[in-house]
Design a protein around this ligand. Structure first.
Ligand SMILES: *[C@@H]1O[C@H](CO)[C@@H](O)[C@H](O)[C@H]1NC(C)=O
Ligand SMILES: *[C@@H]1O[C@H](CO)[C@@H](O)[C@H](O)[C@H]1NC(C)=O
Ligand SMILES: *[C@@H]1O[C@H](CO)[C@@H](O)[C@H](O)[C@H]1NC(C)=O
Ligand SMILES: *[C@@H]1O[C@H](CO)[C@@H](O)[C@H](O)[C@H]1NC(C)=O
Ligand SMILES: *[C@@H]1O[C@H](CO)[C@@H](O)[C@H](O)[C@H]1NC(C)=O
Length: 468
């Protein structure tokens, strides 16, 4: 992304900085360099960062550097910049530079490692994406699945067009099918899979596969793309997970995928929820404006409206198309027929009638209280948001409720986005009786009420109007 010219300028800058700091050390002793090091940024990191903000940060650390900083800045500005033709005007910072300055985010490495996590083994970054990202550069969609859901990956990717971090539950013999599914997706479908998707795999310590190749010894044989990929037409009986009657540890997967995301902003979601096109770049444009509700002191997340469409309908490409489909009833708000309270969003009616506009804006700032006390929103957030409770399973339901409680007590603002939304893979869910799941859900409710909720009250405290 950086031209040779720019990196040359940066080198000159580094030398200037070194010179300046050298003189400073000789005259004033070495506190600035020490403090710069303590602030976690090295001079070598200059080429990846907004130079001006670093210099300013250095100056903020110690008053005596202020005046020289100005000199250095003037020099920066007087050099021709690679991004503008003007040689005197200060170049407008790019969106990425603004995001970096606003978030002060730290880059995260994409390194494979094998680690235990509670009752699970996790192969973190087992198959990393070819492209890596700086923390300010984009937004990562983080999700979880087993191999039977991997048919969603390509449609998801084509709409998202930005990095995806996915944790796959692959106990026992499901592991082989999972690897084969990944090979098929990487070799025989969209090139975006290799480029943008990082796969993590996890399984219970009681269900370790017979063989687990080292991450650098994977996929050495060429893959035959005429074979049917294992993820098509999987009947649940043929899966190891079903044969052994294992529960799906959804929150282990959610947390693994989230923690490994390289970017500051993340969209933790479910793999069957396809985002409207180009959310990531429009979202960063919004954050870069840094005004209005974005400036509130409260922590914040950015919920997305969720819809479902009937089985043979296309997934809407824009809010305008979505509105037409809502009008002719080929689209509905998500789970309207299953659990309308769970995904009800503040000002939903107004949102659905508001016309589409250019870019992304905050439509409304909501709270998880009052009528929305049990809201399980899906939102763009950051690594600072509370994780999910790993004792909860998908089958037991309520798997996001404890996080919701924590957000409420911490007084999060929910900045609902206007032109962005999620659409479930086509097919409208209707209520089916499942006595086994109902029993598990009842048990989960007891676990939350008797054990988890009292813990949350100790750890996060209480606030009027908040509930799990
Ligand atoms: C630094 O600059 C400020 C104004 O820009 C000036 O008031 C101050 O005297 C300067 N300090 C030194 C040490 O030159
Ligand atoms: C690839 O798989 C197809 C279908 O099973 C088979 O006919 C073909 O011989 C295989 N090709 C190679 C190179 O193994
Ligand atoms: C999967 O099932 C669908 C219908 O149930 C069928 O049309 C399709 O051919 C099957 N695909 C494979 C690869 O077996
Ligand atoms: C998404 O962004 C790309 C590049 O900015 C653009 O070419 C494409 O038309 C956009 N797609 C939609 C649906 O807005
Ligand atoms: C509903 O609206 C969508 C979007 O305009 C259109 O593609 C679809 O054909 C319509 N369906 C019916 C049944 O009218």
């Amino acid at each position: 992304m950086y031209t040779n010219r720019k990196s040359c300028i940066i080198k000159v800058l580094i030398i200037l900085c070194l010179l300046y700091f050298g003189i400073h050390v000789l005259t004033n002793g070495g506190p600035v360099i020490r403090e710069l090091q303590q602030s976690g940024r090295s001079l070598a990191a200059l080429d990846t960062q907004n130079v001006e903000s670093i210099v300013q940060e250095g100056s903020a650390l110690q008053l005596s550097t202020v005046n020289t900083t100005k000199v250095v800045q003037t020099e920066i500005n007087s050099k021709p910049s690679s991004s503008t033709t003007s040689s005197t005007a200060k170049p407008e910072p790019t969106v990425s530079e603004k995001i970096k300055e606003i978030t002060r985010c730290i880059d995260r490495p994409l390194v494979p490692k094998t680690q235990q996590r509670g009752d699970y083994w996790v192969l973190y970054n087992y198959i990393p994406a070819e492209k890596t990202f700086k923390c300010e550069e984009t937004v990562t969609y983080t999700t979880h699945a087993d191999y039977s859901f991997m048919d969603n990956l390509v449609p998801l990717l084509e709409r998202w067009g930005a990095p995806i971090s996915i944790a796959l539950h692959a106990p026992g013999t499901d592991f082989e099918d999972t690897l084969e599914s990944i090979a098929h997706l990487r070799e025989c479908t969209s090139p975006l899979v290799r480029e943008l998707v990082t796969f993590h795999i996890y399984f219970s310590t009681k269900h370790v596969p017979k063989e687990v190749p080292k991450h650098n010894a994977l996929f050495q044989e060429p893959y035959n793309c005429s074979l049917t990929p294992p993820y098509l037409n999987v009947s649940s009986e043929q899966m190891y997970k079903a044969q052994k009657k294992l529960l799906y540890p959804v929150n282990v997967g959610r947390n693994v995928a989230r923690e490994t995301a390289q970017t500051h902003f993340i969209l933790p979601s479910d793999i069957e929820l396809y985002p409207s096109p180009n959310i990531s770049s429009k979202f960063l444009d919004l954050v870069a404006t840094n005004k209005g509700p974005l400036l509130s002191k409260n922590p914040k997340v950015f919920p997305l409206h969720i819809f479902e469409v009937s089985a043979n309908s296309p997934v809407p490409e824009s809010k305008t198309m979505l509105k037409e489909m809502l009008h002719n009833r080929t689209a509905l708000p998500f789970h309207k027929k299953l659990c309308s309270g769970c995904h009800n969003i503040p000002k939903a009616k107004e949102w659905q009638t508001a016309p589409e506009s250019e870019g992304l804006h905050v439509f409304h700032v909501g709270k998880r209280n009052g009528r929305f006390v049990h809201w399980e929103p899906i939102f763009i957030g950051t690594h600072s948001d509370p994780l999910y409770d790993e004792r909860l399973s998908w089958e037991g339901k309520s798997d996001k409720m404890t996080q919701g409680y924590a957000l409420c007590v911490m007084n999060y603002d929910f900045l609902i986005l206007d032109n962005a939304f999620l659409v479930h893979k086509p097919g409208i869910k209707v209520y089916k009786k499942d006595p086994k799941r109902a029993m598990l859900a009842a048990k989960t409710n007891q676990l939350i009420k008797k054990i988890i909720f009292p813990e949350l009250k100790v750890l996060y405290g209480t606030r009027k109007g908040c509930a799990v």
